[in-house]
Structure formats: C-alpha cells, structure tokens
Ligand binder design. Sequence first.
Ligand SMILES: Cc1cc2nc3c(=O)[nH]c(=O)nc-3n(C[C@H](O)[C@H](O)[C@H](O)COP(=O)(O)OP(=O)(O)OC[C@H]3O[C@@H](n4cnc5c(N)ncnc54)[C@H](O)[C@@H]3O)c2cc1C
Length: 412
Amino acid sequence: MNNVQNCNVAIVGGGTSGLALATELTRLGADGVVVLEREGEAGGVPRHCGHYPFGVKELKKVMKGPDYARALVYRAEKSGVDIRRGTTVTALHKDARLSITTAQGAYDLVANRVVLCTGVRESSRAQRFIGGERPQGVITTGALQSMVYLHGQRPFRRPVIVGSELVSFSAIMTCRHLGIRPVAMIEEGPRITVRQFMRPYPAMMGVPLHFGARDLRIVGHRQVEAITYTDAHDKVQTIETDGVIISGRFRPEAALLHDSHLVIDPATGGPSIDQYGRASDPAYFCTGNLLRPVETSSWCWHEAVEAAPRIVHDLAHNRDLTKGTALVVSGDALRFVVPQRLVQSDAPHAMEQMQLRLKRPTVGHLIARSGGKTLWTDFLQSRPERRILAPLAPVLAARDSQTIKMDIIEGH
Ligand SMILES: Cc1cc2nc3c(=O)[nH]c(=O)nc-3n(C[C@H](O)[C@H](O)[C@H](O)COP(=O)(O)OP(=O)(O)OC[C@H]3O[C@@H](n4cnc5c(N)ncnc54)[C@H](O)[C@@H]3O)c2cc1C
C-alpha cells in the first residue's frame, strides 16, 4: 500500500488553468490547494512558447509565454498554493483519490475535490495518417517549441510545416528564433485554417503555402529527405526538406481519463461535464483546454477563474446530484457541445454559455430543442475552428426533460 497524503483541492496540471484556478481558490478562502505538475517546472504550454502575446487581458501586460508562465507561478505561490513539480498523476480513483509518482517514490493523495487541468496536445503523425518511412526529424510544434526555447536545439534547418492553424504560424515564429527557414506549409484543406487576415504572413516570411494536399508520405532513412503529397490536381508533388513539423489538430490530454471511471465525450475527446464543470463523478471538476480543443491561454485563464466559486460552493455542501439531462448534438454539421449534461441543481455560479464547434463551414440557424419544442434559436455563420457560444439559460429551463438536442437548420 502506497503512503497516503491528504489535501483539500488537488489540481492535476500546473499550466494556465491549474495555476489560475489555484490562485483564485485561495483568494476565495479555500485552504489546502495543491497543484500537481509532471514537468520539472510549472507553467504549462506557455512556458514553451517564447513568443508574444500572452497575458494581455488577464494580467494587463503583453508578455512572452515563459514570462507569463513565471508570473502565474509567482501569483499562485504567493497566495499560498502548494505547487508540487516533477509530480505525475498516474491514476484517478473514486472518492477523489489519486495515484502519484515522483522521483522520490509513489504515494496516494486523497482530496475533497479534484480538478483536472491537463490541457491539450497536437495530433501525432500516426493520428494524422501520414505514411512513409520513419526517419529522424518529424516532430510536433509543441516538441519543437521545447527543443528551441527550453534547450536551444536546432533539430533541422529547412523543415516543412503540415497544417495552417494558429499554432502552425507559431511554428514559423519558433523556427525563425534559431534561424531555421521552413521551405513550405502544407494544408490538407482547400483553404487556410487561421483567419483570412493572417493569410499573407507565411508569404511575408518566405514560406509558400500549398492547399488540398492529401496522401502525405515522409521520405528518408536516417533523417527526413523529402515529403510527398498528391495535390488538388491529382499530381504527386515532392518537396525536399530535412524535417517535418506536424502542427495542430488538437486533442484533449485525456490519457488519465481513459483508464478511469470518468465518462469521456467522444465528440470532444475530453470529459463529459455538467454546467458546473463536474465530471460524471461529482468529486471531479475539469477546466481549461482539457474540456475541448482548443482555446487560447487567456480564454483558459478566465474559464478557470470562473470555475473557482463553483468549487468553493461545492466544498461547503454535500456533493450534489448528478442526475440530469443530456445535451446532445444532432445533425451532421455540429461537432460538439460543452457542457454535455445539465443537472437538476440550483447551486450558484453555473456556466452561462455552452460552447460549440462545427464540422464544416456552415450557414444556418443554431437551434436547441426539447421534445418538439424550440427552446432557443439564432442565426449562425461560422467555420469549424471558430468558437461558437450559445446561452445556457433558455435550455436550463428544460433540464427536467431527458434530452436537449442542439442542431443546425442549414440555409439563410
Ligand atoms: C503546441 C501548442 C502551442 C500552443 N500555443 C499557444 C499560443 O501561442 N498561444 C495561446 O494562447 N495558446 C496556445 N496554445 C493553447 C494552450 O493550450 C493554452 O495556451 C493554455 O496552455 C491552456 O492551459 P491549460 O492549463 O488548459 O493546459 P496546459 O498549459 O497545457 O497545462 C496542462 C499541464 O498539465 C500537466 N499535466 C498533464 N498531464 C499530467 C499528469 N498526468 N500529471 C501531472 N501533470 C500533468 C502538463 O505537464 C501541463 O503543464 C498552444 C497549445 C499547444 C499544445
């Protein structure tokens, strides 16, 4: 039997969300707040992003990622939070018990409430079905950022970037930091994923963009030598390169959930939560990018701060009921909705909005229905990677029904 320790609130993950939440919990009077961070230093993804702009809305400063991460750590420790670095949570159990490993040994931590804040990660080469050989020099943007910013390493000199999300653009910035010159950006879709006003950026940096690429294959024995793809005109194209950066297509970092008793939402890949951010076991709350791919640091910071009073209220009461209504997406245009459940509780500080995403560019009316009744509807024109928010209040009114369906009626 492992050594057993106790705390009031155990936060798994010391990134933006975990640190913002811990600081706010202590500000609201919660004691015994512990942050468990597997890396040797807390700060999460921003610690690896040596570029601007972080902190603008929440800290009222324009900061580089590592400075922002240090500021969040400083604020948390100053408010009395116990940040345990080099501490990996390896399993989640009922009754808010966590299995933990550290260099000094393993122990169990039993809390009154656990909050999961493990963030997102990019899809791997295997998850994107990129074929070919397995040479050195194929990495995600996240891995590139830690090599470049934390260790000053230059894994290649003229890589190709796969993807055109915001993080693909930050891959260009990261490369430039060490004089690495990307030779191309390849996008599988027909157009750039980031907002159109950013489209000129790769060209300004001398990086040509190729759209409609499919059947990507990597060539090379020891180090990457080329990447091939079939273009929109069915021609096979070859780009000589010494590295491939696989960027974006984020997924919640849900490894802990997969081996646990908690329910996962297949649509987000993260936990199924209610309007208080509680997982299917009410001793577990969740916040930050674990909830869904993907939001900015600033969004996650605010989301975590808003979660704090819910948790403080919940600590002062018996764990509330989990019985409730499923909020589900129907039709084929919607990808997910968060939260996924509405419980029959009048506890304060519930989320005010649901978050949705599309599967494809869509114009139409977003509609919430219960039985044959329309609870709420509004016009919508958006794209898959854009944040969509809808009010929760009109659907909370129908939370005694079994299911509330979110759908889109397409067309103007
Ligand atoms: C490669 C990449 C680049 C990004 N670039 C930007 C950007 O430039 N700007 C921006 O605003 N957003 C960016 N993001 C989005 C980023 O997720 C948010 O900025 C922000 O970090 C979200 O905070 P979080 O706390 O939810 O997750 P994170 O900051 O990722 O923190 C999660 C923490 O949990 C820890 N953890 C995970 N599992 C365990 C475990 N089992 N035990 C203990 N600790 C664990 C991790 O080590 C990590 O420190 C990027 C994301 C990625 C993946």
